[in-house]
Design a protein around this ligand. Structure first.
Ligand code: ADP
Ligand code: TPW
Ligand code: MG
Length: 580
């Protein structure tokens, strides 16, 4: 029992709680444990106090990296990744990642401080004045602003629901500077917070949609399953594997779905991609869109004679977004719902006597695969000097196989395409890359989040150009002592290092300083730098990094003639005089 005195004091001096605290409490109440951000007016104290309250606050050198980190944390955890930025310029730096999260269907919340509403709205020239809410809206799944401390709980609850429910995406939450210092009575403040119940409710598919899809699959002569990053996100790994194995249908993993089933799986048709896409008669898409990455379901890739023509396949599409079907070609059997529920309904509907696909189709796929794997093995076995993408990536393939829990971050053009095709993944959600936009700059932000979220070692295979977009974050990696090994595939430029300016003078726009010593950047902050000219040196650098878990940058010197313009997507590159 207490004495009377404190009660009197409490009654005369009601305890209050301020906006800073309410934001922190609301995040914690909803299981958010990490903030990716960059301090400054008006959120400096928010970062300090969040840290003091036990949240992990990872501070970056540029908001774009913090944003990409938050977006991929969302993908990996199914919880919204939180990026915290200052007003106007900081906000704009984070905006790229917000758009990226929306485009890639990753749950993320960009929380930004902003300037005084009444000054901004009258355009009176406040410090870092900008109507951020209006600017965020077109690239966000949803955007909210909180003006009163008692609405912080609602604002954060709405942001969380919007980010993770249905098709996940990027959400903007605008917190004007004045909000943080506002106080409300403590008990009322606490009552205003909302612990979001069931933020991403299951969405059960209609039984008739499941039946329609199974009917179509059952009649197929040459069926194919395509797994996308939505399937990886859904964390329904065991059921997806069971569905693939029970149907016996060959499957293709999209880039970030690699490892959902091990790439070494006998039904994996990656090595026969250009055979199965045009050859298939019924294709089941699970969490993958028929966007440019799948040639919009049309053209030569799908066996049609002309670019805009449809190849004649019938499609089943499993997706949470009811609007996705028919976006590019006709979808004969849309199955709308969350992938976990859809896949388990499909599994239940298979029954005990589901027929395996016709043997001639399976045989043809297997033969194509074997031939292509043998061809690739020959190339990989060569040991040219200087090292090329293949000889370097043969090493990475072996190291990843020996360390299947390590995360693999990947960006670049040739550095991306060759890694995707050469380096097998063995477990779900281990490969994270440039995603739907083919964007450069995700690299170091992804490394920080991947290490922070999974606690596993991270290997980043980076084009030298790609690395430059976020290279300063090696300081962040060293500061937090993260087990990250960055491999810069250094071919002296964008795509290759051999372009020449026909007029002399400045070097060509795709060319960088020759033989740049990227490894010294890591050494500058106390990490390990390795200069690797041979597969053996690369192997040793990677093994040492994985063993020591010390931040490491390996400068892998690659033949500057080895790459091709735009890597695998040369066809999308308009060049002068090119025929339509
Ligand atoms: P990829 O690039 O790997 O082909 P996309 O990003 O194009 O994959 O497609 C991902 C799809 O997955 C999106 O259409 C999205 O609506 C869907 N998706 C994301 N999460 C889920 C989920 N939990 N359940 C069902 N569909 C989902
Ligand atoms: C934000 C355009 C696509 S790939 C690439 C650029 C600049 C770099 C390729 O060179 P790199 O790889 O990384 O050295 P490699 O192995 O082929 O030499 N700005 C953004 N995103 C994209 N995609 C670009 C520019 C681009
Ligand atoms: Mg390069």
């Amino acid at each position: 029992m207490g004495t009377a005195e404190p009660q009197v004091a409490a009654a005369t001096q009601p305890q209050t709680i301020d906006g800073f605290q309410l934001v922190i409490d609301a995040l914690k109440l909803n299981g958010i444990d990490t903030i990716y951000g960059l301090p400054g007016i008006p959120i400096t104290d928010l970062t300090r106090r969040a840290q003091a309250e036990g949240l992990r606050v990872l501070a970056f050198r540029h908001e774009q990296s913090a944003g990409y980190a938050a977006s991929i944390a969302g993908f990996l955890t199914q919880k919204p990744g939180i990026c915290l930025t200052v007003s106007a310029p900081g906000f704009l730096n984070g905006l790229n990642a917000l758009a990226h999260a929306t485009v890639n269907c990753f749950p993320m919340i960009l929380v930004s401080g902003s300037s005084e509403r009444e000054i901004v709205d009258l355009q009176q020239g406040d410090y870092e004045e900008m109507d951020q809410l209006a600017i965020a809206k077109p690239v966000a799944k949803a955007a909210f602003r909180v003006l009163h401390a008692e609405d912080i709980g609602i604002g954060i609850a709405r942001a969380i629901r919007a980010a993770v429910s249905g098709r996940p995406g990027g959400v903007y939450l605008d917190l004007p500077a004045k909000l943080f210092a506002q106080s409300v009575e403590a008990e009322a403040g606490r009552r205003s917070l909302i612990e979001v119940v069931d933020p991403a409710p299951r969405q059960i598919p209609a039984p008739e949609a499941v039946k329609r899809a199974l009917g179509l699959l059952k009649g197929a002569k040459k069926p194919l399953i395509i797994l996308g990053k939505g399937a990886a996100y859904a964390q329904a790994d065991a059921d997806i594997r069971a569905l693939v194995e029970k149907t016996g249908i060959p499957y293709l993993p999209m880039s970030m779905a690699k490892g959902l089933l091990p790439d070494s799986h006998e039904q994996c048709a990656s090595a026969a991609r250009s055979f199965v896409l045009p050859g298939a008669d019924v294709v089941m898409l699970i969490g993958a869109r028929l966007n440019w990455l799948l040639s919009h379901g049309k053209g030569k890739t799908w066996g049609a004679t002309r670019a805009k023509d449809w190849g004649g396949q019938k499609f089943v599409q499993v997706d949470i977004s009811p609007q996705e079907a028919d976006s590019n070609v006709r979808i004969d059997a849309p199955v709308v719902g969350d992938i976990g529920s859809c896949v388990s309904a499909l599994l239940a509907g298979l029954g005990a006597d589901w027929p395996k696909p016709p043997a001639d189709w399976l045989k043809a796929v297997a033969e194509k695969k074997t031939a292509n794997v043998a061809k690739m093995a020959e190339t990989l076995a060569m040991n040219p000097s200087p090292m090329n993408f293949h000889s370097a990536l043969a090493v990475v393939r072996d190291v990843v196989k020996a360390n299947p829990d390590a995360m693999l971050v990947n960006e670049g053009a040739n550095a991306l395409d060759f890694t995707r095709s050469i380096v097998d993944m063995h477990k779900p959600r281990k490969r994270i890359d440039v995603g739907t936009w083919g964007i450069m700059g995700v690299g170091m932000g992804y490394c920080v989040a991947a290490a922070a979220v999974t606690k596993q070692p991270v290997i980043a295979i980076e084009g030298d150009s790609a690395f430059g977009f976020s290279g300063m974050e090696v300081e962040t990696i060293c500061r937090y002592q993260l087990p990250v090994c960055v491999v810069v595939m250094n071919n002296n430029g964008v795509y290759k290092g051999t372009d020449v300016n026909p007029r002399g003078g400045d070097v060509a726009p795709t060319v960088f300083v020759k033989d740049a010593r990227y490894e010294k950047l890591m050494e500058a902050f106390g990490g390990v730098g390795v200069y690797a000219r041979t597969p053996g040196e690369l192997r040793k650098g990677l093994d040492d990094a994985l063993r020591s878990r010390r931040p490491t940058l390996i400068n892998a010197v690659i033949d500057e003639t080895a790459g091709t313009e735009s890597g695998r997507i040369t066809s999308l590159n308009p060049t002068a005089g090119k025929k339509k």
